[in-house]
Design a protein around this ligand. Structure first.
Ligand SMILES: [Zn+2]
Length: 195
């Protein structure tokens, strides 16, 4: 009988992605960091809000539009409160809207620092499943992450996937981006040396 043990691996972003755009003061394409502050304008009942970015060289600002001329009656009051309080979770939610940010900038640098917090694997099990917890998506590739979790090369990961030793649920491609709640099942005992 095979034991099927479920473990969790949390991918924890340590910073928000930098964006690249032209700085009007520096007169060049440069990086901006997220200030972790919102700006909110209320004019009568019309609300605008932005997330503020600053140039890494001159602190010049760029405002990422979040709400544009929205009637206050159509906004959850809790959300306005979060804008006012610079609620970190809300800021990070917008700062990780990589696709939306890319449309407004020259590029978004997703090569950010992150930490893996994994439960210790049960070395007696001959089959383990690791469930990923990936709250802030910054475009990590699945094979790169699995290689990191098990301390093996990316080509090895792909070989093991072809043999069916590593299975993904849902069954996405190894080259795909990591998704929250992805389950990685590995069989055999090859991982024990590195876990
Ligand atoms: Zn600048």
């Amino acid at each position: 009988m095979s034991l099927n043990n479920l473990f969790t691996c949390e991918i924890i972003a340590q910073e928000t992605p930098y964006i690249k755009r032209n700085c009007s003061k520096c007169k060049m394409n440069t990086e901006f960091y997220c200030s972790e502050k919102f700006r909110v304008n209320a004019n009568q009942k019309i609300i605008d809000s932005w997330l503020i970015y600053n140039c890494i060289h001159c602190e010049g600002t760029w405002n990422y539009p979040i709400l544009s001329r929205v009637n206050i009656n159509k906004i959850d009051p809790m959300l306005i409160q979060k804008f006012m309080n610079n609620d970190k979770e809300t800021i990070w939610k917008y700062a990780f809207q990589i696709n939306k940010l890319r449309k407004r900038c020259n590029d978004v640098n997703t090569d950010i620092r992150y930490e893996l917090r994994k439960e210790k694997l049960d070395l007696l099990a001959n089959e383990v499943t690791i469930r990923l917890c990936y709250k802030y998506d910054f475009g990590l590739r699945t094979d790169k992450l699995i290689a990191e979790i098990f301390g093996i090369s990316r080509s090895n990961v792909n070989k093991l996937a072809q043999k069916g030793t590593i299975l993904l649920n849902p069954n996405i491609k190894m080259k795909s981006k990591v998704i929250d709640d992805l389950q990685i099942t590995v069989t055999g005992d090859w991982y024990k040396a590195d876990a």
